[in-house]
Ligand binder design. Structure first.
Ligand code: ADP
Ligand code: MG
Length: 263
């Protein structure tokens, strides 16, 4: 098979069991993920949705190479992934910027890590600052930024070195509703303009429906995929469209409905 037809990201039979040392020689086990199989094509936007504690972050951390897996395989293109690497960009829920670096410095740091020559960095930094709507804020330190602006920087930093796949773990989860809405809109526009391949974790049904080509539903204990739904909805998404509402209902039922707080 030529590389052009390979999926960007492949997860095969992934399993994760945490072993927790309870002290006194006692070990306990948490089976967090079981038999996860997933493929993401180039340019696809895939959301992972599931209740709290069902293994979404575990999956993202393993894909980022930050946690070891128990068994299974992960491929980016035709490369097997065993640790962290610049082929993946990561955005977390916490505002994980370097506080001692300016907005520019945060983005530049990633470029230096990738070995992009100094002379080329300024142009790239400016391009991504512009892309996330932060023109004029390059010299500002993170403590002066709002939560939404910090996440804009985190997105710029993760995209600037042009990773093969962008991994996002509830990146807008700590933001108030209007800020969250504007960041969703920004991400949607960036995705359309850059053809980025994105795996996006959320526990918001609406957010998943607003952004994704596919929504993958995880169930709990252990985390398994119970549905992989390709959305047949025109873009931009309209939350008042009957089809959008039907999907919303279907996902809420899959996620455990009212009892689980999904209505
Ligand atoms: P989610 O992101 O969907 O809320 P997590 O991936 O954080 O879920 O957690 C999945 C399960 O794994 C939970 O039962 C959680 O308590 C457990 N878990 C997560 N991280 C650890 C860890 N470092 N050590 C032990 N158990 C963990
Ligand atoms: Mg989580």
């Amino acid at each position: 098979m030529s590389t052009a037809t390979l999926p960007k990201l492949v997860v095969k039979d992934l399993d994760k069991t945490y072993t927790v040392d309870e002290g006194g020689g006692k070990l306990s086990h948490v089976h967090a993920l079981k038999g996860i199989n997933l493929e993401v094509q180039e340019g696809e936007f895939v959301s992972i949705i599931g209740p709290s504690g069902c293994g979404k972050s575990t999956l993202l951390m393993i894909l980022a190479g930050l946690y070891p897996k128990t068994s299974g395989q992960i491929l980016i293109g035709d490369k097997r992934i065993e640790g962290p690497g610049m082929d993946r960009g990561v955005v977390f829920q916490e505002f994980a910027l370097f506080p001692w670096l300016t907005v520019e410095g945060n983005i530049r740091f990633a470029l230096s890590q990738k070995g992009i020559p100094q002379g080329k960095q300024k142009g790239i930094v400016d391009k991504y600052i512009e892309l996330v709507g932060l023109r004029g804020f390059g010299k500002v330190y993170p403590f002066r930024l709002s939560g939404g602006m910090k996440q804009r920087v985190a997105v710029a930093r993760a995209l600037a070195y042009e990773p093969e796949v962008l991994l996002m773990d509830e990146p807008f989860g700590q933001l108030d509703a209007p800020t969250r809405g504007s960041l969703q809109k920004m991400l949607n526009e960036i995705w359309e303009r850059t053809n980025a391949t994105i795996l996006f974790v959320t526990h918001s049904i609406k957010e998943a429906l607003y952004l994704s080509d596919r929504v993958v539903v995880l169930s709990c204990r252990p985390g398994t995929i119970v549905e992989d739904l390709r959305l047949d909805l025109p873009r931009p998404r309209d939350p008042w469209d009957q089809k959008f509402i039907d999907y919303q209902h279907r996902l809420a039922v899959l996620l455990g409905g009212e009892e689980a707080g999904f209505f």
